[in-house]
Design a protein. Structure first.
Length: 632
């Protein structure tokens, strides 16, 4: 058998990188390799079209082991288990309790309660947590920042009354001084004093984390991956720096920090992000030399606490790329995002229900969101294998590239005075908001695709009563309010296309676009398909055709169909023959559009033709212009 194997492999000699490159260059037929095949990410680094074993040479990441410092390959040694979390916004503690008990029987093992601060008392907590076994489920709580200490004290008192083993309880209290500055523009209280009081209150619960880094806010505001990670590291380090300066032990502080990341749809980059995040955070914490005070096997030879360097990660699918139209496509987005986080080794995860952009999620959409994670576990066994991406030439290189970009950003923030100083100066907000603006432009130009929104829309879909759920104002509904610092902008990527399509629908004048297909069969079909997709993004009715023998026949059919728009679809060479006669035959009875950007475009413009649609135009701006003319 061994001889057969040797003979088999000898029949397939290895091919060198140089040989591969020779073949690639030959197939490019003179085209520039860098321009055609090398991808420059939004993070600023280049990604090659292929990677080989030699690309791993010198990468320290390949030396990492699961469950060992610096935790690049995860904090677990035996499996890739994560907790499935669902959010519950508590309006009535009794109703929230009933819902919690129900979903605990449907696969949930991590609950997140959003509590009303004014109603907090012992009876409220008792009712909310009735019959829930806190030793068997992770419990997470959030409320008004000014009531976090009170909440922590109530929880400790409740668990003691129930005679729980406090060392078996796991969960969190979502205190985050800096996130309120980012999202609400408010700086309230003293972070150090509040954090110290909260840590003291929660001290009987050793595995409850209370200092949160809600980098999810950055993700939902459209931050690029390296920004989210770089700022998150600076965010966490601000807690470490200020609280150790105030006299708290580094290990104690680090073990109370929890990172809440978003997950974008950039599949491989997100896997790499979580791997890089653990590695970088472990090294940051290690720089504080956290002292291990127990007889623990997980400490360095000089007594440094390695457990303190473990990054606790909760991940949540992004809302930035969710859409109102063709909303079930959101399930595809959140599924790949959940896969990235699972393969990236997170500790817990929330999948946002697909209908969150336009409704309060109901039992059906919440069930789908739960089952998306359960399928990854029970059907695909993502929880069984630790860091399956390890050794991948591509992902290992992505991990290093993202780590470098994020680390450079982290260092820049630290050199400028730290995360708190950056928030006060507004530099973090400005940078992320600029990314939000750039991504909206990319969506408008179709350089970033939102399936069902700016590409391949559902031609016949109507929003009906659906409307985007507006984000709550920091002023409680007032039009203006005073802010201590600037805030993030949370406009979703699809928001402008949705507004455009809703404008069309609510106008009651749904324009009809007629494809005047003529000439070269392949080109007219391709351009008709492109034009139909282009115009349907604004909610227009589109009418495709098999082809016409003459432009006169096409125009006659368009007029008979009561078209508001006529799009001539042909080849570039044939536009010189067909476009002007068609334009003249139409004689202003409908808007006339040429599908393409032919060499004769200037001649066509001189004849009075104004509108051209092709891959270089800004789709959103063009459709806004059409709406202004057609709906006005």
């Amino acid at each position: 058998m061994a001889d057969k194997k040797e003979k088999l492999f000898s029949d397939f000699p290895s091919v060198s990188t140089e040989k591969w490159m020779e073949k690639v260059v030959a197939d490019l037929k003179g085209a520039d390799f860098e321009k055609k095949l090398v991808w420059k990410t939004n993070e600023g680094f280049k990604v090659k079209p292929f990677y080989r074993m030699e690309d791993l040479e010198g990468l320290k990441t390949t030396e990492a082991l699961p469950g060992e410092f610096p935790y690049l390959r995860g904090t677990k040694k035996n499996n890739n288990e994560w907790l499935v979390r669902q959010e519950i916004r508590v309006e009535s503690p009794k109703e929230a309790n009933a819902k919690a008990l129900d979903i605990l029987n449907k696969g949930i093992d991590s609950l997140s309660f959003h509590l009303k601060a004014k109603e907090l008392n012992a009876e409220y907590i008792e009712t909310l947590l009735k019959d829930i076994e806190p030793e068997c489920v992770e419990l997470n709580f959030s409320t008004c920042q000014g009531h976090m200490v009170e909440l922590a004290e109530l929880l400790v008192a409740y668990f003691r009354r129930k005679d729980c083993d406090l060392t078996k309880l796991k969960g969190s209290v979502n205190y985050d001084f800096f996130n309120k500055m980012l999202t609400r523009g408010k700086e309230k209280g003293d972070m150090v004093q509040s954090a110290k009081a909260l840590m003291e209150a929660i001290q009987p619960l050793p595995f409850y984390r209370v200092l949160n880094v809600n980098a999810l806010s950055l993700n939902n505001a459209g931050a690029y991956i390296s920004q989210e990670l770089g700022y998150a590291l600076a965010w966490g380090n601000e807690y470490m720096n200020q609280l150790t300066e105030a006299g708290l032990p580094a290990a104690a502080v680090a073990k109370k920090i929890k990172f809440n990341f978003g997950i974008s749809s950039n599949y491989f980059l997100e896997i790499a992000k979580f791997r890089a995040a653990r590695m970088l955070w472990a090294n940051i914490v290690s720089a504080y030399h956290p002292e291990c005070l127990r007889d623990c096997e997980n400490k360095s030879p000089d007594g440094e606490c390695r457990c303190a360097s473990k990054m606790a990660i909760h991940a949540e699918t992004s809302t930035f790329n969710l859409t109102l139209f063709d909303a079930h496509v959101n399930l595809l987005r959140t599924q790949t995002e959940a896969m990235s986080a699972a393969l990236g080794g997170v500790d817990s995860m929330t999948v946002v229900p697909f209908d969150k952009t336009y409704a309060t999620p109901d039992e059906f959409s919440e069930r789908l969101a739960r089952n998306q994670q359960l399928l990854l576990k029970e059907e695909s066994h993502f929880d069984k294998v630790i860091d399956p991406a390890a050794g991948s030439y591509y992902i290992e290189n992505l991990t290093v590239s993202i780590a470098k970009q994020a680390w450079d950003l982290f260092l820049a923030i630290e050199e400028a005075g730290g995360f708190y100083a950056a928030l006060k100066a507004g530099t973090v907000q400005a940078a992320v908001n600029e990314s939000n603006k750039a991504r909206h432009k990319a969506v408008a130009q179709r350089r970033e695709i939102l399936l069902g929104t700016n590409q391949f829309p559902n031609f016949n879909e109507k929003a009906g009563e659906k409307r985007p759920v507006e984000s709550k104002s920091c002023c409680g509904g007032k039009e203006t309010c005073e802010k201590d610092v600037s805030t993030l902008v949370f406009d979703r990527a699809a928001s402008e296309f949705e507004a455009l399509r809703l404008e069309t629908e609510m106008s009651g004048k749904r324009p009809k676009a007629f494809m005047l297909t003529i000439g070269n069969l392949a080109m007219r079909q391709a351009r008709a398909q492109y034009s139909c997709n282009f115009l349907a993004c604004a909610g227009y009715e589109v009418v495709d055709n098999l082809g016409f023998e003459t432009v006169e026949a096409g125009v006659e059919a368009a007029v008979a169909a009561k078209a508001d728009i006529v799009v001539i679809c042909s080849s570039d060479d044939e536009y010189a023959e067909y476009a002007i006669p068609a334009f003249k035959a139409l004689n202003g009875r409908a808007m006339f559009i040429v599908a393409g950007n032919p060499e004769c475009a200037e001649t066509l413009k001189a004849a009075g033709i104004e509108h051209f649609i092709h891959v270089r135009v800004n789709v959103l701006d063009t459709l806004k212009e059409f709406n202004a003319k057609l709906l006005g």
